[in-house]
Design a protein around this ligand. Structure first.
Ligand SMILES: [Cu+2]
Length: 493
């Protein structure tokens, strides 16, 4: 663990957890100046009612079809009281982007207009869309261009997904400035379809003293960027009315912030994950963790009338700054206790276990500490600092191979000193086994996932069936790591 010898940090005791910033030891003065310049931050107002997500209009009048338009553009949004408007990059002038509500089996057409001054793409995170429609870095949309994405959803799909840019360069900045939005796919036979829903799209935002969104610091590139202001549906610490009957969908749209959510005094029942409802209702839990990119569906069991939604400290072993030590409150909940519509352990859906395949795929995430430390003066670590199977991403190089409809046996290894959320494009997978510090564990019931967090030293075995040929990315979903090369290509034939 060489990094501990040269990376030092200190906490400012008076700052709440969300405001803790790195200060660097005297040996690294150039970065102290860079990071300190971010303070003081204008804060977004708190206490407004949680807004409902605006919904992308379906421009088609045909049953079973969805046609919508997304426009990415720079947009000035008045977020603070103390500064002028913040220059954001958003879809359809909204932060977060509009909710795309779809139904299983739908024929989907999204016309995307790039009014940014730079190239971008739209990636449909978690959806089994054809490779050509997946918005990968090999398929950039130039400034001023229009691109029509077309795909048909499977008949058996449901769940909470999202969309975001995935260009070869610029993804980190584009997401930090607001380009991300949620997707819900509903199925007529879903077990919990009659429950009222509530949606929490959680993102984070950093503002400088002028109320503008600053560039990444060197620490952001190394650790992944965490905006200090945590937003739910675009609002900071909103007031939320929730009942015991609500089916709560939660998205983590942050680039690098891990969300360990707790309602002290109440408990969560997990009923859904990345790929829709879980096989069974979980046992009651006092906290749930969403790594970047992950989604959960939850029910709340509680008695009180009021709860504070806490973001608990989670140690993801950042290199440049210490773990937060204090919980922060990110929402105030007015709760109406009601009898829970489901019980722990109750079956919600049948999920067929994928059989073991005969195509072993191995992805080992690693870091080159010498490279990470090399470019501190320029503010960006070189590509090659974060690797998969010893290689930095090359859009023209196929790293792994698969065949459509066969099951791949993935072995994911985290050989680094940080947590990394691993994401595979093309659909959903099933975790078979996790192994950490010599302890092996298997899930109690089946869950469809597309993003899975690995702690340092952790090994995850999973099974996935790619349903169509073409190129598929796999990568760390800390967007800065992805952009620095912690990504590979799977060629499905
Ligand atoms: Cu990572």
């Amino acid at each position: 663990m060489h990094r501990r010898r040269f990376l030092k940090y200190s906490l400012s005791a008076c700052l709440p957890a969300g405001l803790v910033r790195q200060t660097v030891s005297a040996a690294e003065p150039q970065h102290q100046a860079t990071d300190a310049a971010l303070l003081p931050e204008p804060r977004l107002p708190v206490g407004s009612a949680l807004p409902s997500l605006s919904v992308l209009k379906n421009e088609s009048s045909h049953a079973g079809e969805f046609q919508g338009t997304l426009i990415a553009r720079e947009c000035d949004i008045q977020l603070t009281r103390d500064t002028g408007p913040t220059r954001c990059q958003v879809y359809n002038n909204q932060l977060p982007g509009p909710l795309i509500e779809l139904e299983a089996g739908m024929k989907v057409t999204i016309t995307f207009i790039n009014q940014l001054k730079e190239a971008t793409t739209v990636h449909w995170h978690g959806l089994p869309v054809p490779s050509s429609q997946d918005g990968g870095p090999e398929d950039p949309i130039a400034p001023g261009e229009t691109r029509v994405y077309r795909f048909t959803l499977p008949e058996d799909i449901s769940g909470s997904y999202w969309y975001h840019p995935h260009p070869l360069t610029g993804a980190s900045a584009q997401i930090a400035k607001g380009l991300a939005g949620p997707i819900i796919i509903r199925h007529p036979d879903e077990a919990l379809k009659k429950l009222p829903e509530q949606h929490w799209v959680i993102s984070d935002l950093r503002l400088d003293s002028q109320g503008q969104i600053p560039e990444n610091t060197y620490s952001d590139w190394v650790d992944g960027r965490e905006g200090e202001q945590v937003l739910i549906n675009g609002k900071r610490q909103p007031r939320i009315h929730l009942t015991g009957q609500h089916r709560l969908r939660v998205w983590n749209l942050c680039s690098a912030r891990y969300l360990q959510l707790s309602l002290p005094g109440a408990q969560w029942l997990v009923v859904g994950s990345d790929g829709g409802l879980t096989e069974k209702v979980s046992q009651p839990q006092t906290s749930v963790l969403l790594a970047p990119g992950e989604r959960l569906e939850l029910l709340v069991q509680g008695e009180s009338q009021h709860y504070a939604l806490n973001l608990l400290p989670y140690n993801r072993h950042r290199m440049m700054s210490p773990p937060a030590e204090v919980a922060s409150v990110i929402a105030d909940i007015d709760f109406t206790p009601q009898s829970a519509p489901v019980k722990p352990g109750q079956e919600l859906r049948r999920i067929e276990a994928l059989p073991p395949g005969n195509n072993p795929l191995r992805a080992m995430m690693s870091e080159k500490m010498a490279d990470i430390m090399k470019n501190k003066a320029s503010g960006i670590p070189p590509k090659g600092a974060f690797l998969i199977n010893g290689k930095s991403f090359d859009v023209n190089r196929m790293d792994l191979h698969s065949i459509a409809e066969q099951v791949d046996n993935w072995q994911i290894i985290n050989a680094t000193t940080m947590d990394h959320p691993f994401h595979i494009h093309g659909g959903q997978f099933q975790v078979v086994q996790r192994s950490l510090r010599g302890v092996k564990s298997s899930p109690d019931y089946l869950i469809w996932k597309d993003t899975i967090n690995l702690q340092p030293g952790e090994v995850v075995m999973l099974r996935m069936r790619q349903t169509s040929p073409g190129m598929r990315m796999y990568h760390c979903h800390i967007i800065e790591h992805e952009e620095l090369g912690m990504m590979g290509n799977l060629m499905v034939s």
